[in-house]
Design a protein around this ligand. Sequence first.
Ligand code: ATP
Ligand code: MG
Length: 266
Amino acid sequence: MPHTHRVAPGASIDLSKAPTRADGFHDDKNAARHEFRELREELVEWQRRLYAHGQHKLLIVFQAMDAGGKDGTTKKIMRGVNPQGVRVESFKVPSTRERAHDFLWRIHRVVPPAGYITVFNRSHYEDILVPRVHKLVPEEVWQARYRMINDFEAILAGTGTHILKFFLHISPEEQRRRFHERVHNPLKQWKFSVQDIEKARDWNDYMAAYEGVLAECSTAAAPWHVIPADQKWYRNLAVIRVILDRLRTINPEYPPHGYDPEEIDF
Ligand code: ATP
Ligand code: MG
């Protein structure tokens, strides 16, 4: 499978030119949904094997602007998997305790152990994006974090963790539509906060910060993918394709059971 949307190491991406819609990639919504459902069934089986095999680790990182679809993608893709072998970790504004440690402390304690898939809803990348955009620390401080993160991810990858990172790329117009929907839908109102609007005003600064992260931290061991995410059907398909491609390569097998079923005396 070609690595569509993967950011080559060192490549620089202009996010204002990177598509947020599937135009040119896939325009048949129903065919995409069908393919997605088939791939999800396959994912359920791979996850079962990964857990049974108990040796490989898979870390999936989602970053996006607010309403970019981190929760939705996680929910869609992970439907049907055995919750015992999957963890979702969300990272909020660091607590006082977390802030008393280095920025990777809270991250490292929740990376996937052997046999597990862990999904990061936001991640250590927030520690570059937020301080940079809101000028919370001097530039040298967030600049130095590119290398720290690459080193950290290299340690994880070098000790058996597969890492796949996704930036769910939506347009500001689509974000506005989703905010509007959240504000007016009683079932979604809880998802909106007034700070979301303030953050949306810093759109261009966030894009510049994301461009920095994509240019500096897409490595062979932990590649970034920029996913056109205005259309959920395309976003879900593009993400699950990348994940499945990796699971097929890992190819975890059920472990040998070490007994002869015929010999068991019930
Ligand atoms: P949703 O996308 O559903 O709104 P959320 O992930 O935005 O969920 P919130 O509680 O609304 O959850 O927001 C979390 C906030 O924490 C975000 O604004 C994010 O930028 C911020 N955050 C996360 N990690 C850090 C960090 N290391 N430093 C500063 N801010 C952070
Ligand atoms: Mg939020």
